[in-house]
Design a binder for this molecule. Structure first.
Ligand code: HEC
Length: 614
């Protein structure tokens, strides 16, 4: 399967970076959005596309994010525009011949061995590793052990999982890899068609170990974790723009995850009638992929609505996608998901909310909305605002998973982080009644608090994105371009889970090299005494959880020699956070969206035992 793809791409993309057909197609179908992206939009600039491999662009047009924008193009036209834009050095490696194969060995995972197997390192999404030998005193001796380069990638957003001495990670070109955790040698690689979008989940099931991953095409894939052989795939949502960024959770033989979509971006096209997607939560049989239940976050399907103020036809209600991993509460038979904004009017009571559903049948028990009336889509950032709903934002999704926590004295709390920059604590035993709220940052379309906090049970740790843009005028006063604001965003904060009191805060160190952003958008990770947080300028830092002091820092934004001989560099750290198992820490680096630093590397760190304690 992998070889067939490689041959196809080599064959089809070898021609014509100068191809006038490709240039014309770009002008006609892509330039309106990609030539001059508006200040706040998510659209990558043409120069970013030109740094991508043609194969990756083609994948985006065929099965990925841009499949709707490219729907009018034939296959040959898609190839032409991809070849015109992308780097001409398209040589997709034949991955059946790895540069770094592992010596043959059988996969006999020891359940008790160090692991990190889903988004939040457990069912309650603490993002806390309780059994590592890493500590605040040996972290200063943390050193890079090996680096692995992803071919055809400019962004590393899928969080890895570690199990049985192996690490599993998904890539932007749709390939999932299994590597040896201690050496980075390669056990297997399987391409699953579209970009891998969710983090990886590993679960033991009926004597075998399975791997689960969601993609940009709306599919959930199950693979045999020992061999990489595909077991089943499912697309439980029919909407064409559906995708799965929610990392699945496995419990009692069932897989739970949420569904979100790209329709918020499709709304940028003036011809798109916005919008018809609605978020949902699903439970599948882990052995077969068969649907057990599915619950929409919006009760009624979208129907044609009144013309907007701008005279455009509309559809609604829509949106309330589920971007993050569900949080399971088996003791109470519930699972909690957080939702995003509505894409069109009318707004619903379930957007920007936390929803409690029965684990058994998906029935909604209660909903707590954190912001009412938030309908927004990407066209609201366009000067013409073609499809922008009359309510027009502010786009304050909950993109982070809820954290479930038992408090001293027996009460419980659900911690919710929002793109508004607010941290909320609600009572899961009183239908989400608010316990406290604390402001962390200003908030914005790209967060606020973006991918999520962590807790060790004593304190809540929160990284602030608050990424911002300013205008620069290299082409004269008439043609401003968007550039990252190096003064805005970032910082790590600790809160008391009982009352929301801020215990300490550590501002982001100044970013470099400029233009850059100090924002901390990626999910963070906790360990006894230590918190890890990656930044948009490519720094990975360890903070003391007692007082927030920075005790270790590593700049990933540089080139690496990789164990698999693929040229690689680090860059912005976003979405998935560092993963810790045993004495090792793993982190992906590179995020070539909205001004971030592109990169394609997985880094593995270990404490150097030989170094003398300073
Ligand atoms: C209506 C506006 C619009 C048009 C037209 C458009 N794009 Fe995009 N493009 C976007 C947006 C928005 C994103 C960011 C999507 C996201 O990540 O949410 C994007 C992202 C991309 C990406 C990065 C995808 C990834 O996988 O990270 C590529 C490549 C791309 N576009 C290529 C194209 C090409 C080629 C065309 C023309 C055939 C095109 N686009 C037409 C709006 C547009």
């Amino acid at each position: 399967m992998i070889r067939a793809l490689a041959v196809l791409l080599l064959h089809s993309l070898a021609f014509a970076a100068e191809d006038p057909l490709g240039a014309g197609l770009y002008r006609k179908h892509c330039a309106s959005c990609h030539d001059a992206p508006s200040l706040e939009s998510r659209i990558p600039a043409k120069s970013t596309l030109q740094a991508m491999r043609a194969a990756a662009i083609l994948q985006s047009l065929e099965t990925g994010v841009m499949r709707q924008q490219a729907a009018a193009l034939s296959r040959t036209e898609k190839r032409s525009v991809a070849a015109f834009l992308g780097t001409s050095s398209v040589s997709v490696a034949d991955r059946s011949r790895f540069a770094n194969p592992c010596p043959p060995s059988s996969f006999q995972p020891d359940q008790a061995a160090p692991s990190w197997t889903n988004w939040g390192a457990g069912l309650n999404n603490w993002r806390h590793q309780s059994t590592s030998i890493l500590t605040a005193s040996n972290i200063p001796r943390l050193r890079l052990k090996w680096a692995f380069g992803f071919p055809d990638a400019t962004t590393v957003r899928s969080q890895p999982a570690v199990f049985g001495g192996r690490i599993f990670i998904g890539s932007q070109d749709g390939t999932i890899y299994s590597l040896d955790a201690s050496t980075g040698c390669q056990h297997w690689a399987t391409t699953v068609a579209a970009q891998v979008r969710s983090g990886i989940t590993i679960a033991a099931l009926d004597g075998r170990v399975i791997l689960l991953a969601g993609d940009t095409g709306g599919f959930l894939h199950a693979l045999d974790a020992a061999t990489g052989t595909p077991l089943w795939k499912a697309r439980p949502e029919l909407h064409p723009a559906a995708m799965i960024s929610s990392t699945p959770v496995v419990h009692n033989g069932r897989v739970f995850f949420g569904i979100s979509s790209y329709e918020e971006a499709s709304a940028l096209s003036p011809g798109h009638i916005c919008c018809s997607f609605r978020g949902s939560v699903v439970a599948l049989d882990a052995a077969t992929g068969k649907l057990i239940w599915k619950t929409f976050t919006i009760v009624e399907p979208a129907k044609p609505g009144p013309l907007s103020k701008r005279g455009k036809p509309t559809m609604g209600p829509s949106g309330a996608g589920v971007w993050s991993a569900p949080t399971l509460d088996p003791a109470h038979g519930l699972l909690y998901v957080t939702t995003g904004d509505n894409y069109s009017d009318p707004p619903t009571p379930t957007s920007d909310a936390v929803i409690a559903l029965a684990i058994s049948d998906g029935q909604i028990h209660w909903t707590k909305q954190l912001l009412a009336g938030d309908a927004f889509n990407s066209s609201c950032t366009h000067p013409e605002k073609y499809n922008c709903p009359d309510t027009d934002g502010p786009d304050f999704d909950l993109g982070a998973s809820a954290i479930l926590l038992q408090l001293p004295g027996g009460s419980r709390t659900l911690i919710l982080a929002q793109k508004s920059g607010m941290l909320h604590a609600v009572d899961p035993d009183r239908k989400g009644e608010i316990q406290w709220q604390s402001r962390v940052g200003k908030g914005g379309v790209l967060g606020g608090i973006q991918w999520g906090p962590a807790t060790d049970g004593t304190r809540i740790y929160v990284a602030l994105s608050d990424i911002a843009f300013t205008r620069a005028y290299p082409n004269g006063p008439e043609r401003p371009i968007r550039t990252l604001d190096d003064k805005s965003g970032g910082g790590l904060f600790a809160f008391n889970p009982r009352n929301g009191e801020r215990l300490w805060q550590t501002p982001a160190p100044p970013c470099s090299p400029k233009p850059c952003s100090p924002a901390q958008s990626a999910a963070i990770t906790s360990l006894a005494g230590v918190v890890f947080s990656g930044s948009v300028d490519g720094r990975l830092r360890a903070y003391s959880s007692i007082d927030g002091k920075i005790i270790w820092e590593y700049n990933t934004a540089r080139e690496f020699t990789t164990v698999n001989k693929v040229p690689a560099q680090g860059g912005s750290m976003d979405v998935g956070g560092p993963v810790i198992a045993g004495g090792m820490l793993f982190a992906g680096a590179g995020y070539g969206q909205w001004g971030g630093i592109a990169g394609n590397v997985l880094l593995a760190f270990e404490v150097n035992q030989e170094e003398v304690q300073p």
